[in-house]
Design a protein around this ligand. Structure first.
Ligand SMILES: Cc1ncc(COP(=O)(O)O)c(C=O)c1O
Length: 452
């Protein structure tokens, strides 16, 4: 591995939203780890850090405007990674993707107009609709076990309603980790074009694609679909640059582009920071290798979690992760209320999640999902050991002790010889073993130091 994706920076006290918000909550204990706000704990790609240092050495940080090198890097990235041929003049900058879909709702719909969402979905999308007094038109996704699908009959019916004007499409989908296929996107575009519905495609997760899958940009579906859509992209999720506050929105239709910019201008003069343009350019020009390693780690961690859950909590349904670093798990089998599960997470497992119910009202009562962040091996390991401890007192009332080792296989042998008849050694895994001390209520979980 070329990059250091194991050591993480301490982020509390330096203005990290995720850490600060959690620590500000008096009900949350010191030890609790946040898995709420979606940024990764990985260190930045050194190509970005070193590039920014050089930039600061050579420049001052005055007012900034867009610049050619940045714009070219954005367009090239879309072409290379998503076969999306964009004209530089379509590119409109915003501070964030959330900001972009809020602006689109205000620019292209009126109070009372219907805006469709495939739910459950990223929660600020509800807010963009409700706070602007538009009408939420929900199309609940159908859960087909491992994955989620669109209810085409319902979608067609709702799209036909005279006051339905917009679809905010999360593609890839958060929280279901789903990539929409070209066939599905084509069908979506046909339904929307037939009913004069503008599609706002949030493609912020488009670069976080698991091996074996491919994101399809809505901009590549057809010329008509492109002309009737707003496509929101950003380097923020992909390269951990959310704090830079720069997103790249493609609006091919000149009329829409002007309306969007006019709405943007109602707030104040729009400007991004000089560092954000440079960070974006560095990421798109030099960050590809780092991203490949990050994706492989996410994929490995996903497999480890799935393995673990299958062994200890087979009743938890895990949605197939095709994209994003967010895993969607269904804990309904435990029959806990949202509040009970939340308290358990925070007080016993010492984990602070974005609980599943915030992603959709129809999921509020029964669907107790939670999202896992698949960021670094350490946090991944921590998550499931905590989950295990969380539920274990209920299951067996045993005490677990965690020990760390460099070579699990070696220690496994040593331990067996030392403890011999005193211990029953559980199944050996590639990263941990469970050892039970007979005639005692103690278990050891022996963990490879790499995961500790
Ligand atoms: C689907 C989706 N859109 C937008 C965002 C936030 O993006 P931004 O910080 O650019 O507003 C997130 C963050 O988790 C997301 O999952």
């Amino acid at each position: 591995m070329k990059y250091d994706l194991e050591n993480i920076n301490a982020r509390f006290g330096i203005g990290s939203k995720k850490w600060q918000e959690m620590k500000n909550n008096p009900l949350v204990d010191e030890k609790v780890i946040p898995f709420s706000v979606a940024d990764m704990e990985f260190k930045l790609a050194p190509e970005i850090t070193e590039g920014l240092k050089k930039f600061i050495d050579e420049n001052i940080l005055g007012y900034a405007g867009t610049n050619k090198k940045y714009r070219e890097s954005v367009c090239k990235w879309q072409q290379k990674h998503h076969d999306f041929t964009v004209d530089e003049k379509w590119l409109v900058e915003t501070h964030s993707v959330v900001n972009a879909f809020f602006t689109a709702v205000k620019a292209f719909t009126q109070k009372g107009d219907g805006v469709m969402l495939f739910t459950p979905v990223y929660y600020p999308m509800y807010k963009a609709i409700e706070i602007n007094q538009r009408k939420l038109v929900e199309i609940p996704l159908i859960n087909n076990g491992m994955t989620y699908d669109i209810d085409w009959d319902l979608f067609t019916k709702k799209a036909k309603a005279i006051d339905t004007k917009m679809l905010i499409l999360c593609s890839p989908h958060n929280p279901c980790g789903r990539i929409w296929t070209r066939e599905e996107l084509t069908k979506i575009s046909e339904i929307c074009l037939a009913n004069d519905i503008l599609v706002v495609a949030d493609e912020i997760h488009a670069d976080l694609i698991m091996p074996g899958f491919k994101h399809v940009s809505y901009g590549t579906i057809s010329k008509e679909a492109l002309e009737h859509s707003i496509i929101c992209t950003a380097p923020s999720k992909t390269f951990n640059l959310a704090g830079m506050q720069l997103s790249n929105v493609f609006i091919a239709n000149e009329n829409y582009r002007n309306l969007f910019k006019a709405e943007q201008a109602t707030d104040a003069d729009f400007a991004c920071s000089i560092l954000s343009y440079e960070a974006c350019r560095l990421a798109y020009e030099y960050g590809e290798e780092w991203l490949t390693e990050v994706i492989n780690i996410i994929d490995t961690n996903k497999k480890i979690i799935m393995d673990f859950m299958q062994e200890y909590f087979p009743q938890v349904k895990i949605t197939q992760l095709q994209a994003t670093y967010l895993l969607w798990l269904d804990f309904r089998a435990f029959n806990l209320t949202n509040e009970e599960l939340e308290m358990r997470n925070r007080q016993k497992a010492c984990l602070y999640f974005d609980e599943g119910y915030i992603f959709g009202k129809t999921f509020y009562v029964r669907a107790i999902h939670r999202r896992f962040f698949l960021c670094s091996l350490k946090s991944c390991y921590h998550q499931f050991i905590q989950i295990r401890n969380n539920f274990v007192d209920n299951m067996k009332k045993k005490v677990f002790i965690t020990a760390y080792a460099d070579d699990v296989c070696y220690l496994f042998k040593v331990l067996r010889s030392i403890l011999s008849s005193n211990a029953i050694v559980g199944k050996e895994k590639h990263f941990y073993i469970i050892v039970k001390i007979t005639n005692s209520d103690k278990y050891f979980i022996l963990v490879h130091r790499h995961f500790a």
